[in-house]
Structure formats: C-alpha cells, structure tokens
Ligand binder design. Structure first.
Ligand SMILES: Cc1ncc(COP(=O)(O)O)c(C=O)c1O
Length: 443
C-alpha cells in the first residue's frame, strides 16, 4: 500500500491555513495516500493516523463504499442548486442524519464546514427569538477556550485568545463567556469526566444577571472541547447548563463538530451525556470527511417557529450556501452513515474506550507530562512547556512521533489523540508506546 514516491511540488503559492508557513516550507511534510488506519507520506513511509485526519475520518481512510458512492454521484449529478431546487440525496441525507440525532432534533440544515455550521446555528437562534416576538434576545454566551471555527460569529463566541487577537475590534458584538472548565490542580489526570467543576456552570447565572436573561438568545459550548486541548466536561456540568438555559427560555447549542458521529461512544455527545440541547452543530465525520460538509440539527419547535412566522411564499430563513447539500457530500454522508451503522462503529468506540483510557494514562510518569485527559475515543496529554518557549515541546513531540510513524495532533504543548474508530488495541498500544518513547527522548 506504500505510495509511489512523490516529488515535492513548488510550495510558494499556497498560503497554508493554521500553519507556521515558513517553518513548514523549510521542512515540508506531505501525505500522498491513505487507507484504513494509515497514511503514506510522499517519501513512501507508512504513518498510523492517531487523529483521524483532523478528528474527522471516523471510519478510516478511503473506504470503498464512500469512494465508489462519490465516484458514481459525480458522474450522475455533479451539482444541483440548493436554493428553490432540490435533489433526492439531500433529503435522504437529512433524514439519515436526523435519524441518529437526539429525539426532537429532526430538522437538518446543511453547510460545508464546522465554521459555517456555527454561524448558521447562531443565525437560527436569532431568527427563532425574533419570530417569537423576542427580537431583543441577541446576546450569545460562549466559553473561554471554546473553539467554534473561524467565522466572525464563531470567533466571537469562541474563547481562544490567539485566534481572536488580530480581529478583536471586529468580532460579532453582544457576546460574553463562561469560564473554561479545566483545572489541573483540582482535577488533573481525571479518567473520564472530572468529578470537580459542575459549579462552574453556575457562572451562567452571574452572566445572565449582568445582561438580563431577556436579552440572551443562546449559550453555545462544545460538550467536550477538542481543539483547545481536550477539556472534558465535569460530571453534572452540562446538565446544569441545560437547567439554567431552559429556565430562562435561552437556546442551548452544542457544538458537536468533533463529538458527533461516535467519538464519545454514542451518535452524539448529547446522547452520551443524556443532555439534549436545542441545536447541534456538526461537520467532520458527518461523511467521513470525504467531501466538505457540515450541518445543524434543529429542534422541530425552533424550526417551526421560524418557518411558520414567515408569509406564505416567503423565504423563511435568508441563509444558505451554494454548496449546501452538495450531491457529492450527500452521497458520501449516506455511505458513511451506512458504514457507521453496519459496523456499529459508535458501539465499537464505546467498547474500545476503556483500553484507550488505560493506554493514554499509561503515559503518566513519562517526562514532561503535566496532565492526561480522556473520554470515549479522545484523549489529550498536556506537557509542561519548556521555559520561555511555549509550544516548542509540543511541536517537537509531534515531529518525533511522525518520524516514528505516528501522526498526532498538537496545540501548543498539548498532544491530542482521536483515532479512527476502526482502530484496534494493538494500534492503540503502538500510539502510546511511541508517545512514551518520544517523551523520554525529548529535552
Ligand atoms: C467544535 C468545533 N467547532 C467548529 C469547528 C470549525 O470547523 P471547520 O474547520 O470545519 O470550519 C471545529 C474544528 O475543529 C470544531 O472543533
């Protein structure tokens, strides 16, 4: 399965996203092909994928059922306009996605990415309150260290300082932020959900008292924050957010771009935690990432309020994308969701989670390890930063893992792991053995 050796192309024209461009181009790392649990690099090395691409390839790479469905589709109907026209796979894909959402969240709006899903959900929340005659509800509460993509709305409700810094004056106004839930002193090395920290949800009451609940449209959180370094919700925390938002008629949005489609051992984090939000944003594994796609699942009452408020014949929600429900994305989604069901991949994730937990916590005690966090098939290892060089140790760990044939993700000094759900126990062992060896070598 090794890829044919690929010549490195001219690297200058491409401005790479979320990449240290100069550092990368000085020592490029190219992936040439992929199959199952493995990538092949441009120089023909096989690399175990410990992060499902970017949290998205849940069923493993280049699954024949998906590649064939996409190939068939591009030859049958390459594109169809989604505005005032439809095509059958769009409806079929929506029905399939709705079928695995929590009961009641059965109206699906398609987008092309997580960022678009977030901005779509925020707009739906505003449209909902306005349709009900509460147009003053415009404020949206996010959370520190939250990641909701890179749109102006998502950045504003997000809580990652470096992402906001350059755009600070232009972010969507009318936001506020809950505190992040991570506290290593109180809950370091928690296995699964930390016991400490449910009370942090009560901060929402304080924020609501400040702005008045009647002005607040929605609260948006990742049920488990991935991109900021795998922050697992404390026991009881999400339940409390649900209670408070319900009490004041505020919509609760779960950003499940990472957690939906099996990552936590259930179809959604909402199902895993038995907490039902009003909207769920998703993307990534919705179609195993074969074609860009995202979606928002919306509670039927929210959908109906918006749709029924408009005059007959009027467009109820002036929002959408040229590529919403793109035929290739829908073909991939239908094929991917069939694989997830047929192979019981969400159940497999739940079954593998204890072995995954044991393996990642086995790295405790290795040099530089400051904290280890995990839930389902996601885990983070936070390293002590090297003095005066934040992020350097994380980057070097990532490089050395790659040299040893394992692709991990790093954000600053945090290593994140979210392998395809088809992984086996030997491969789980290989990932964390590699990480342990790398940390032992690392200055
Ligand atoms: C929770 C969450 N929301 C939104 C996004 C943005 O998704 P995208 O990069 O597809 O725009 C991400 C990406 O990682 C995410 O993790």
């Amino acid at each position: 399965m090794d890829a044919a050796k690929t010549v490195i192309p001219d690297l200058d024209a491409l401005w790479m996203p979320f990449t240290a461009n100069r550092q990368y181009k000085a020592a490029p790392r190219l992936l040439a092909s992929a199959s199952g649990m493995y990538y092949s690099t441009h120089d023909g090395r096989k690399v175990l994928d410990a992060c499902a691409g970017l949290w998205c390839v849940a069923a493993g790479h280049c699954r024949t059922e998906i590649t064939e469905a996409v190939a068939r589709q591009v030859q049958t109907l390459d594109y169809a306009p989604p505005f005032q026209m439809g095509h059958p796979l769009a409806f079929e894909a929506a029905t399939k996605v709705a079928g695995i959402m929590p009961a009641g969240l059965d109206r699906i709006f398609f987008t092309n990415s997580g960022s678009e899903s977030v901005d779509t959900a925020l707009k739906i929340a505003l449209a909902y309150h306005r349709a009900r005659g509460e147009g003053q509800r415009t404020r949206i509460i996010g959370r520190e260290r939250g990641y909701h993509g890179v749109g102006f709305g998502g950045m504003a409700v997000g809580g990652i300082g470096p992402n906001r810094k350059m755009f600070s004056a232009n972010l969507m106004p009318g936001t506020d932020h809950l505190p992040a839930t991570l506290n290593i002193a109180e809950a370091g090395f928690s296995k699964g959900q930390p016991q400490w920290g449910a009370h942090l949800a009560d901060d929402l009451e304080r924020i609501l008292a400040l702005h008045d609940p009647s002005n607040v449209a929605a609260v948006i959180v990742e049920p488990l924050a991935g991109s900021a370094g795998v922050l697992v919700p404390p026991v009881g925390y999400l339940e409390r957010l649900r209670e408070i938002t319900s009490k004041y008629g505020i919509l609760l949005i779960f950003d499940e771009v990472i957690t939906a489609f099996g990552r936590l051992g259930a179809a959604t984090a909402a199902e895993r935690f038995q907490v039902t939000p009003d909207l769920i944003t998703m993307a990534k594994a919705i179609n195993n990432a074969a074609v860009p796609m995202g979606a928002v699942a919306v509670k039927r009452e929210v959908h109906d309020a918006v749709v029924n408020a408009a005059a007959a014949g009027a467009i109820e929600l002036p929002h959408g994308y040229t590529y919403s429900a793109h035929p290739l994305a829908c073909a991939a989604a239908i094929a991917a969701l069939d694989i997830y069901a047929r192979e019981n991949l969400f159940g497999r994730a739940a079954a593998l989670a204890p072995a995954f937990e044991a393996a990642v916590h086995g790295v405790r005690g290795a040099p530089h390890v400051k904290d280890i966090r995990n839930l389902g098939m996601v885990a983070g290892i936070e390293l002590e930063p090297r003095a005066g060089q934040p992020g350097a140790r994380g980057y070097e760990a990532f490089l050395k893992c790659l040299e040893r044939g394992v692709l991990v993700r790093y954000t600053g000094d945090i290593l994140a792991f979210s392998p395809p759900l088809i992984i086996d126990e030997a491969q789980i062992g290989e990932i964390f053995d590699t990480v342990r060896k790398v940390l032992q070598e690392l200055p």
